[in-house]
Design a protein around this ligand. Structure first.
Ligand SMILES: Cc1cc2nc3c(=O)[nH]c(=O)nc-3n(C[C@H](O)[C@H](O)[C@H](O)COP(=O)(O)O)c2cc1C
Length: 329
């Protein structure tokens, strides 16, 4: 059975990608994910503010140390060669690309213009096969318009594309007034792929302690519907690759995303819930689903249920909504 897949111009042995998350941040688990059959791996994001914060901490440590205990200066030389900055991340990129044969996709979350561009360049130099831009950004400033938000996405992408030659994917959230048009603008600005969608952290309130809860709940399979809708709508309309991300719990969700038109399917929560070996369960599940239906290649499956290919394209839009409501009555 041929599961080979093209994503961002790269050749993957199958469409299963270990999405960004804690399990892709260590060499040991990266190797095991390859052994269990992942087609590619997205490293966790490097966050610009984290790097800057660590550098500031060290600076202030040096300053305090130098002021309060003159003898301590020796411990903190003025020219710092400690592993702050992007060093450890770049090291991970380097070592991961050496350790496995499958593509290693780095992920960057910047804040400043120079942060996006500088770190993107360094990630490319470290040997990543591709770069995912995790533009995790909640426009909580109520003065900011939708157009401002869109421009920000496009500007970041253009600046990074001017800097690196490796393929670049943009991971975005679903909350745009016109998600399809946003996707088109990103493609026109040079995106080699889109990852649909990022799952924004949403706080809860602990009523006992009257405090904001900052836990990160893992996803469930019920959450595939929104990305499935947009993958289905965009498939066949863009040249950029499409990666589905959110809600993969079993091979069923993978098949659904492929049917809707995804080039690859990413999973993070399921691996955290069941362990890295679950990658094998997912891959075997996909293979047996295809084998039972005697489907030999993914190309004959991919996009078969996209909006362009279904008999009733309105099934993705409003007409179906009305039918459903009438059915309920
Ligand atoms: C614990 C945890 C850490 C994550 N870290 C990152 C990250 O560093 N960068 C990123 O782009 N996405 C990150 N994500 C989001 C996932 O990559 C993914 O897009 C999201 O969880 C939806 O996929 P899932 O339903 O398979 O979990 C993280 C998710 C979880 C649960």
């Amino acid at each position: 059975m041929d599961l080979t897949t093209r994503y961002l111009g790269l050749r993957l042995r199958n469409p299963l990608v270990a999405g960004a998350g804690p399990l892709t941040g260590a060499l040991d688990t990266i190797r095991r994910l390859e052994d269990y059959g992942a087609g590619a791996i997205v490293l966790p994001s490097i966050f610009e503010e984290q790097i800057e914060h660590e550098a500031e901490l060290l600076e202030s440590l040096i300053a305090t140390g130098a002021d309060s205990h003159p003898e301590a200066v020796g411990y903190f030389p003025a020219s710092v060669s400690y592993d702050t900055g992007p060093g450890p991340y770049l090291d991970l990129v380097r070592r991961a690309t050496e350790a496995v044969r499958i593509p290693i996709i780095a992920s960057l979350n910047g804040i400043t213009d120079h942060g996006w561009v500088d770190y993107a360049r360094q990630i490319e130099e470290a040997g990543a096969s591709a770069l995912e831009l995790n533009i995790y950004f909640i426009p909580a400033d109520i003065e900011m318009t939708g157009r401002d938000v869109e421009r920000r996405y496009v500007d970041i992408l253009k600046a990074v594309k001017r800097t690196v030659r490796i393929p670049v994917a943009v991971k975005l959230g679903p909350y745009f007034s016109a998600t399809g048009h946003m996707a088109m603008q990103l493609e026109q600005a040079g995106a080699d792929g889109l990852v649909l969608f990022n799952r924004f952290y949403q706080p809860d309130i602990d009523l006992g302690r009257l405090a904001l809860l900052s836990d990160l709940a893992l996803s469930t399979a019920a959450e595939i519907r929104l990305p499935l809708l947009w993958i289905g709508v965009l498939a066949g309309r863009l040249k950029a690759s499409l990666a589905a991300s959110t809600g993969v719990e079993s091979a069923d969700e993978i098949v659904k995303y492929l049917l809707a038109g995804a080039d690859v399917v990413m999973t993070t929560s399921a691996l955290l819930r069941h362990g890295v070996e679950y990658m094998k369960v997912l891959r075997e599940g996909l293979e047996s689903w295809l084998a039972m239906r005697e489907i030999e290649t993914l190309d004959s499956l991919r996009g078969r249920m996209s909006q362009r290919n279904v008999m009733d394209p309105t099934a993705f839009e409003r007409a179906n909504y009305i039918k459903i409501l009438q059915g309920l009555r």
